[in-house]
Design a protein around this ligand. Structure first.
Ligand code: SF4
Length: 116
């Protein structure tokens, strides 16, 4: 739990590395999961309000592939769906998507692009 506390403290001032985010995700296997979950949710709420206040922020994910190792039952992209044709965008097509989204966003809005 001390490691989680340190990571959450760091999250107040900077983006977390993938390794640190992974540590939080792996807390799901911890016997202290419920307490850790509550702390992560509280810190997420704090950081969100610090950055965005009470605004509702929309995101435009750029999904670069439909290949997935998981098997969520509700999702067509699940790995055991053998009928799904799998695609991945190359760098050129990623740029095309980002440029398209940039044109769709009004000049008074910020574009927050998340690579998924
Ligand atoms: S929701 Fe779909 S894409 Fe996301 S992890 Fe589950 S199977 Fe993969």
């Amino acid at each position: 739990m001390p490691q989680v506390e340190a990571i959450l403290e760091e999250a107040e001032s900077e983006s977390l590395s993938y390794a640190k985010l992974n540590s939080l995700v792996n807390a799901i296997h911890s016997t202290e999961f419920q307490a850790i979950r509550d702390k992560v949710l509280a810190k997420s709420e704090f950081v969100r309000r610090k950055i965005y206040g009470g605004l509702v922020v929309s995101m435009a994910p750029v999904e670069v592939t439909n290949r997935c190792a998981s098997d969520c039952n509700f999702c067509g992209w699940r790995s055991d769906n053998n009928e799904m044709r799998r695609l991945s965008l190359d760098e050129r097509l990623i740029v095309v998507q980002v440029e398209y989204l940039s044109r769709r966003v009004s000049s008074t809005s910020n574009l927050l692009v998340a690579m998924m």
